[in-house]
Every structure is written in C-alpha cells, then in structure tokens.
Write a protein that binds this ligand. Structure first.
Ligand code: ADP
Length: 495
C-alpha cells in the first residue's frame, strides 16, 4: 500500500487533471459556439448583400439575367457579375433549377467540389436556410436568401464560407492548453507532494516516538506536543494521555506484584522458622506445639491473603459473578454490630447502632456481609481502648447508606486519597501490622464490592480524632444490573 503522502498527491493530481480538462472542455465549447455564431452572422450578411444587389437591379428595370450563349443558358448580366465577383467568399445565384452565377471562389474549386456545393445549395429551403457542406478540402457554412420575383428569374442567393478559421481558433486554443497543462499539472503535483510531506512529517515523528516505547520502563516518555488544536496536536495529546494511563497501570501492576510478593514472603519466613523450631524441639514438646500453632496461624494468614488476591484478580478480569437477589440489610447490619460488640468488648471499646432503618438492596448477601465486616473490624482495629464505634443504616430518598464511624487513630489528610489502594496501610498501622494483622487489601475489596453493586464508598477522617466510612448503595427498585464489576476496582481506583 502506497504511503498516505503518495495517495494524497495522486488523488490531488487526478482531481486537478479532471478539473482542468472539464474547465478546458467548457471553455472550448463556449469559444467554438461564439466563433461559429460570428461566422454565421458574416455569411448571412454576405447572402443579404447578394440578395440586395439583385433586388436593386430588378427594381431599376435592368435585366438581371441575360442569355449570351444559348448553350450555356441564362446567366447574370455582366455588371451584376462584376459586382458580386468583388465578394471574396463563395456565392451562388440560381433560378429554380440551375446556377445563374458562381463567384470567383466557387470557380476556383475543383469540379467535384463545385458539384457538391451546388447540390447542397439547391437543397436549402426557406424552412432550413443554413447548413454545412463537406468538400474535399474543407467544410463550408452556407446561408441562403430566397427571392420571389423582384430579381427576375433569380430564386435563391447562397453565400458560404469555410469553417476552417473557426475550427483553427479553437484547436489553436486546445494546442496551447495541451502545451501548458502538463507543466501546470507537474508543478501542482510537486507542490502537493511537498506540502503533504510537510503536513505529515509530525506523523513520522509520532511513529518514531511510539516505536521507541518498547517496554514498561520507557513509558515515562511523551510525544512532542505541537502548538494549536489541529488533528495532529489532538492525536499527540490523545496518545500522551493513553501512554500516561499505561504508565500508571504498569507501575500499579509492578507495585502490586512487589507488595504481594512481600506480603507472602513474611509469613513464609515465619512459617519456615516455626517448622524448623518444631522439628528441633520435637513434636510432643510444648515449644514444638507452640511453634506448630504459630505455623498454622501463618498458613491461615497466607490463605486469607491468597484468597483476597484471587478475588481482586478475578474482579479485574470481570470474571467475578455476583449472586444477585433482594437482600434485607437490617439483619446484615445487626450481625455486623454483634461481631463489632464481641471484638469491641475484647478491645475495651463501646459499640453502638445509632440508626437501623428498613432497607433492601439488590445484591450478593455474602459480599455485602464481607463489606460490612471489613469496615466494622477496621473501626475496632484502629480504635484505642475507651473509644467508641457507631454503626448506622439510613434510608435516603434515592439511596441506602451504611455508615461506620469511630473515635480511633484516624487517617492523615494526605493519606486519604490512597486509603482504597491495594496494599496501602498508614505508616502507623503498618508498624503495628503484626498486632493488627492486616495486609491492606480489605478496603480495596470493600470498594470493589460497593462499585459492583452500583454504589460507592467514601471516607472522611482526621488524624487522632477518628474516621467515618460511608457506603452508598442504590435501593432495590433503582438498582442497576451488575456490570463488569472488576472494571471499577482497578489498583488505583478511588471512590
Ligand atoms: P488492613 O488489613 O491493613 O486493615 P485495609 O485495606 O482494610 O487493610 O485498610 C487499609 C489501611 O487503611 C489500614 O492499614 C489503615 O491504615 C487504614 N484504615 C482503615 N480503616 C481505618 C480506620 N477505621 N481508622 C483508621 N485507619 C484506618
């Protein structure tokens, strides 16, 4: 396939050539019509002149026709002949049967042309007084004038003139066109080729730059952004935006892999140490049993982590099926409150339910329960002794809200945008992770569940004062069908 440049130039050359031809054809046709009309006017004037000469002679009572030679028959009288001989064109004067006079130009023609001319002249009628006749060497335009008695036996005066000058004028013009056209065409094509080359040069640059993006590490590069708002500038900015998105998801993927490996490495190391300890202490000894119990805990932790990763991976691929059914949220919130109370009692906190309004949503009961428990356990986890955790289920005009607020450690304003990122944990929480036991996937999963139900999750928090997590879900009547739940829960998705 030829390049765009070649194709554009070829299309331009074709269009220009066709336009030039059409323009030239219209011009020649108009010119030819004008020249032929002029010729007809001239020939008509000649015929009128001949007719006038004869009519005048007839009214002056001079004989128009004389018969000098009985063999040759009647002919125009010499004075009229002399007058008409002054006309440089073809003139024929005839009675109703034969020619009475032929002009000098006619007499110079070869006999067969004279015959053809006279035959054509005799064929003219008052209804069709003009015609063309093709002689051996040229084509003539003839015009006749008819007489009904004034000029004696004369019945018609025919004047004719060659169409060659008219043909020549147009063919000469065509010749000039043929001579000039290729140069004009060539010049335009060269210019079009250069202009297209210049216009498409940035595309080559874009191709070069995009080809240089060979792997994830080169995604920091950006295409040069040209001034203005033309198509190429928009193409560059669209590609740049696409590369930026790619860079973001590549780095998210890298971070995710590194975090996942790290989170799996820690329990594996502890597991290994526990097993070694159990083996060296002997399976029946107390120390051995303690080590095995710890190993079991680590295995459970790893299983939880792998299950969470698998769930997020499936969600990303859009392969996670939600079993949608009408779900009454009241018992779910009650269960979550009970769990919070049990956990809170152990941690020395007060747990309360401030509102429990009837609310039903279309969704997956298991996933919704997981979402509520995630928020509730976090609230308990990140609230110190003597603190308070409150749950509320509120029915709004077009949504259902589940709110968990606590008076715990809170989250710094600068950290809030990252709270729902995978593996993200506040530094203080991270340092106490062994104590709290989280890996930073709970809120990512919660966010995915909320999005998958057509809802959202938001957080407001102040460091040291506490946090409030709000889940907003569409009520059952307005619930959207579940679509591609993973799409809304990318590694960096925010509420
Ligand atoms: P984790 O398993 O670490 O709790 P999450 O995804 O549930 O993971 O939470 C991510 C991080 O968000 C936590 O490590 C913690 O720093 C912060 N966080 C979550 N909930 C709260 C809360 N109620 N109060 C303070 N910080 C919280």
């Amino acid at each position: 396939m030829a390049s765009i440049r070649t194709r554009v130039t070829a299309a331009y050359a074709l269009a220009l050539g066709a336009t030039m031809l059409a323009f030239a054809a219209a011009l020649f046709a108009a010119r030819r019509t004008t020249v032929l009309r002029d010729l007809q006017v001239r020939v008509s004037t000649l015929a009128d002149f001949g007719h006038l000469v004869l009519t005048q002679a007839g009214t002056q009572n001079n004989p128009v026709v004389v018969t000098n030679d009985s063999l040759r028959g009647p002919e125009l009288q010499p004075l009229l002949r002399a007058r008409l001989d002054a006309v440089p064109e073809y003139v024929v004067v005839s009675d109703s049967l034969r020619a009475l006079y032929t002009s000098v130009a006619v007499r110079r023609l070869p006999p067969e042309d004279v015959d053809a001319l006279l035959r054509a002249a005799m064929r003219l009628t008052p209804a069709q007084p003009a015609a063309t006749v093709q002689l051996a060497g040229e084509k003539l335009l003839m015009v006749a004038r008819f007489e009904h008695g004034e000029a004696g036996p004369v019945r018609r005066v025919v004047a004719a003139s060659s169409t060659a000058p008219a043909e020549f004028a147009t063919s000469e013009q065509f010749g000039v066109f043929l001579l000039i056209a290729p140069f004009v065409l060539l010049l335009s094509v060269v210019m079009a080729f250069m202009i297209t080359g210049g216009a498409l040069a940035p595309v080559d640059e874009i191709i070069r730059e995009v080809s240089a993006l060979t792997d994830g590490r080169s995604l920091h590069r950006r295409l040069p952004q040209s001034e203005g708002d033309d198509e190429l500038a928009r193409l560059s900015s669209t590609l740049n935006a696409m590369i930026a998105r790619l860079e973001q998801s590549f780095s998210g993927l890298r971070r995710f892999t590194a975090d996942a490996s790290h989170e799996l490495k820690t329990p594996l190391t502890v597991l290994r140490a526990d097993i070694e300890r159990a083996m060296s202490a002997g399976p029946r000894s107390t120390e051995g049993l303690v080590a095995l119990e710890e190993a079991l805990q680590q295995t459970a932790r790893m299983a939880d982590l792998v299950e969470s990763l698998l769930m997020l991976a499936r969600a990303d691929e859009g392969r996670f099926d939600l079993h949608r059914e009408p779900v009454d949220l009241v018992p779910l919130v009650r269960d979550a409150a009970e769990t919070a109370q049990i956990l809170g009692e152990a941690a020395g906190l007060r747990v309360g339910v401030t509102a429990l309004e009837a609310a039903t949503v279309m969704g997956d009961a298991v996933r919704l329960r997981q979402l509520l428990l995630n928020l509730v356990t976090n609230a308990v986890k990140y609230t110190g002794k003597g603190g308070r955790v409150e749950l509320a289920l509120v029915r709004r005009p077009d949504s259902v809200e589940f709110v968990v607020s606590d008076t715990g450690i809170g989250i710094a304003g600068a950290d809030l945008p990252y709270v729902f990122d995978r593996f993200w944990r506040a530094d203080r929480a991270r340092s106490r992770s062994s104590e709290r036991g989280g890996v930073g996937l709970g809120l990512s999963i919660s966010q995915w569940i909320a999005h998958a139900h057509g809802g959202s999750i938001t957080v407001s928090s102040r460091l040291g004062r506490g946090s409030t997590f709000t889940v907003t879900l569409p009520p059952m009547s307005a619930a959207e069908p579940v679509t591609a739940p993973g799409a809304a829960a990318g590694p960096d998705a925010k509420s």
